[in-house]
Ligand binder design. Structure first.
Ligand code: FAD
Length: 471
């Protein structure tokens, strides 16, 4: 017999104390309302264990009584992986596990608990003269456990890699309450399967990360940042190759932004000044790091070469922190600005970098044929082959009618082009609830079988984030 809601609440209160359980539905909004406002479901309770032992106790009990558990960090995920699916689940928030356990700059390792807010991890590293180089627009709320579990990317993947590449080891509570101690600071460790890589990116379906050892890097002395005008995605690709070849590891970011993004932000008063040099169909935001002991001006020199090669028609280089901040605000507001123009259809996809111009050209042309007046807004991490291929509704369209009529059809068009080009239907946001059916359709069947076998082995009673990712 499944436990009743009062029985679950009483048991949780006995396990972790009344102060660490939220049982009143009216007080659960912070854990239930997700950023996309797409998934609306209740939860039996929210449990907030104060330490790792309490996480273990909750999991031991949940496994015994077959109570569904959803691990949650900052609740900023974009695919509904961190919120309930059926309403019978308990949300387990890691927010109280928020200690930086250690920082070793000589070894380049920081050990942080799962509930540490990403921005606080940045500050802790910086206080020791180091950098944890994972930057997301959600970093003021996202927490280490959630960032790792969604294998987040962000704007510096080009230079430093995504969450998986920045993780050296993890500590995790398994579905039955056992503690896996995989924290380490080893660059080399060939002692079997890489269990850390299984847990990172698992979206909370295989275990609950309680802490992680993370790579930290020397803090750059400064950044050189520019917004340059490029005629087309093809020109942007050539420019990217020039920058990558000549700047190497100093190339920190290369982001592609279409003119429509600037137009929307200026029209809606989202920028205090135009961060670009002049009007252009496309812009690239380029950033180089400058390490201590090196001379400034590297970006200027590279841009001169790009002008000579006719890859760039105009450019503005940041001369102050305020300039840099404005340039990055322009980039980071790209997603949000579309909501000011009514409804939009969004895709987080990746293709081999060389195929980005084809992705944008073919995807835009097919969508424009289907929906006259639809406005393509493809932008993002060009250097990672990751484009947020979004479409704003035609000017004056009815938002609800637009979504009802075209949401599915535009998805189909874009995913078809992506798969034809050898790409991925989820570059950095994950699967969650949003893309469960899609994953089933496009993932290699043997890969799906392997994933299901791993899930069954680690969570035989199916209590961890059931229904997410694998359905
Ligand atoms: C404004 C905004 C900008 C964003 N920008 C980017 C971006 O540039 N790049 C990018 O990749 N993503 C981006 N994201 C989405 C991104 O996935 C999240 O911001 C972040 O990675 C999730 O962290 P979180 O703590 O909020 O996790 P949550 O949303 O709480 O959870 C995410 C997933 O992790 C699981 N989980 C959480 N904690 C644990 C744990 N301790 N153990 C096991 N599983 C756990 C959850 O069950 C869920 O499956 C953005 C989101 C927003 C709202």
């Amino acid at each position: 017999m499944p436990l009743t809601t009062p029985e679950i609440i009483t048991a949780l209160e006995e396990l972790v104390g009344r102060d660490n359980v939220v049982a009143d539905a009216a007080k659960m909004g912070a854990w239930l309302n997700e950023p996309r406002k797409r998934f609306h479901q209740s939860a039996v309770a929210v449990v907030i264990p104060p330490d790792v032992a309490a996480v273990q106790a909750v999991m031991r009990w949940a496994n015994e009584h077959r109570v569904g558990i959803i691990p949650q960090g900052g609740n900023t995920g974009l695919v509904g992986a961190q919120v309930p699916l059926s309403g019978n689940e308990v949300i387990l928030s890691l927010q109280k596990l928020d200690r930086i356990r250690s920082i070793d700059t000589a070894a380049g390792v920081m050990t942080a608990e799962a509930g540490v807010i990403l921005e606080n991890a940045h500050k802790a590293a910086e206080a020791e003269g180091a950098m944890f180089p994972l930057w997301l627009a959600s970093q003021g709320s996202a927490r280490i456990g959630g960032v790792l579990s969604s294998n987040a990317g962000g704007v510096n993947v080009l230079a430093y890699g995504n969450a998986r590449e920045l993780t050296m080891g993890v500590e995790a509570v398994l579905a039955d309450g056992r503690l896996y101690n995989g924290l380490n600071a080893l660059k080399k460790d060939n002692t079997g399967y890489d269990l850390k890589d299984l847990l990172v990116g698992a979206e909370g379906t295989l275990g609950i990360i309680t802490a992680a050892s993370l790579k930290i890097y020397p803090l750059p002395e400064d950044y050189e940042t520019a917004i340059v005008n490029v005629a087309s995605p093809e020109a942007a690709l050539e420019l990217f190759q020039l920058m990558r070849d000549r700047a190497g590891a100093r190339l920190n970011a290369f982001e592609l932004i279409p003119w429509i993004g600037l137009d929307i932000q200026l029209r809606h008063g989202m920028l205090d000044a135009d961060p670009t040099a002049s009007a252009s169909p496309w812009y690239a935001l380029i950033e180089l790091t400058r390490m201590a002991g090196t001379e400034p001006g590297a970006l200027q020199t590279l841009l001169e070469a790009a002008f000579e090669a006719a890859l760039v028609s105009d450019a503005v280089v940041a001369e102050s922190l305020a300039d840099r901040t404005r340039m990055w605000a322009f980039r980071e507001q790209m997603s949000e600005c579309q909501s000011r123009e009514g409804a939009s259809i969004k895709h987080d996809v990746s293709v081999p970098i060389a195929a980005i111009p084809r992705l944008i050209a073919e995807g835009s042309a097919t969508a424009e044929k289907l929906v006259p007046g639809i406005r393509p807004v493809p932008f993002g991490h060009m250097g990672d082959g990751n484009i947020h291929f979004n479409f704003s509704m035609p000017v004056g369209a009815d938002p609800k009618a637009f979504m009802a009529q075209y949401d599915e059809a535009v998805h189909e068009i874009i995913y078809e082009v992506v798969l034809k080009l050898g790409g991925s239907v989820s570059a950095e946001h994950g699967i969650g609830q949003l893309k469960v059916d899609l994953l089933r359709q496009v993932k290699d069947p043997v890969a799906l079988e392997m994933m299901r076998a791993i899930k069954t082995a680690l969570d035989p009673n199916g209590i961890l984030n059931l229904g997410k990712m694998l359905g």
